[in-house]
Design a protein around this ligand. Structure first.
Ligand code: GYE
Length: 305
């Protein structure tokens, strides 16, 4: 046949592995860190040819990107699914084409026969940890809470809501409003402006933001409305990215649950193992921590993202 298939690196065991990665978009600081981690792990030095697609949070565009990977005949596909539902058909198509799929970050509702493995975080547990802090902080005290939800239909938005609600059941915390801010800073700011217009700074005691970026946007809205974030309105959020941790150190956020975005090496390891025909776990969970102001101050300079 044809010699020199690709690369011209001498062949042998050094075949380049072509991977299509369908990223959600670039909605948050967490996402930037995750994209960096993925690109570093799926690098040329590591033997990968990475085809990177960011779908700008458009679920249909993300599915189209995966279809494109299939028609290009990549060796493997990695997906960070924007939403949980709607994956059955395209995952079946990848399976029919004999292309293994590894999911990273978010989960899907499709049958787990349709993908090789998933690596990510326990979003429900993150919600529980955030809710436990709120339950301990406010207890039976009547507390008016607003929620900034992540992208509607995404696994972290669904699971973080569920975990938090379980943890605050039976406390004095009442959800007076809850809307999506799409995991973005602008979204968090705009939705919080609406909440503040409706309830006033005095009518809100607590904000639960499904990620740091939305909390950071909300902080701007609270300050613009003459309120003191972290005091007039206490804030709990999830991710523990640099800007969020700084706001926690500054007392503008009161508690943060970590969500580790450094999933690249684990995802690349799974792809390598799957292509080698090795058995892999269906679900690989990465551990998260949580931080109050003091804990954040102690680690902020040593964190990689
Ligand atoms: O928390 C948020 C990002 O899916 C865990 O997506 C991820 C979430 C993360 O936009 O900041």
């Amino acid at each position: 046949g044809c010699a020199g298939s690709s690369g011209g690196d001498g062949g042998g065991g050094d075949e380049v592995v072509t991977v299509g990665f369908a990223q959600t978009g670039s909605e948050s600081g967490w996402r930037s860190a995750n994209t960096e981690s993925m690109k570093a792990a799926f690098s040329e030095e590591n033997g990968f040819d990475l085809i990177f697609n960011a779908a700008d949070n458009d679920a249909a565009a993300q599915i189209a990107a995966v279809r494109d990977f299939i028609s290009r005949g990549v060796d493997a596909i990695v997906i960070a699914p924007i939403v949980e539902d709607g994956w059955d058909d395209v995952l079946q198509e990848a399976s029919d084409a004999g292309i293994p799929v590894v999911l990273e970050d978010r989960t899907v509702t499709a049958s787990d026969d349709l993908f090789a493995s998933w690596v990510g975080l326990d979003f429900k547990k993150e919600g529980v940890m955030a809710g436990e802090w709120a339950a301990e902080t406010f207890g039976d005290t009547p507390t008016k809470m607003v929620v900034l939800e992540g992208t509607t239909g995404s696994a972290p938005a669904n699971d973080r809501a569920e975990g938090f609600d379980e943890a605050i059941a039976g406390t004095g915390i009442e959800t007076i409003d809850s809307q999506t801010g799409d995991f973005t800073r602008d979204g968090g700011k705009t939705v919080m402006e609406g909440f503040l217009q409706k309830y006033g700074v005095d009518g809100i005691d607590l904000l639960y933001a499904h990620n740091d970026d939305m909390a950071l946007g909300a902080i701007e809205a609270i300050e613009a409305a003459g309120g003191v974030p972290g005091e007039d309105i206490q804030i709990v959020s999830i991710d523990a990215v640099k800007d969020g941790m700084q706001a926690l150190v500054d007392g503008k956020i009161n508690f943060i649950v970590e969500c580790n975005p450094m999933l690249g090496e684990l995802a690349a390891g799974l792809v390598t193992d799957v292509l080698a025909g090795d058995e892999v776990e269906k679900q690989v969970y990465v551990e998260d921590q949580s931080f109050d102001q003091e804990a954040a101050a102690a680690v902020i300079d040593s964190r990689p993202y």
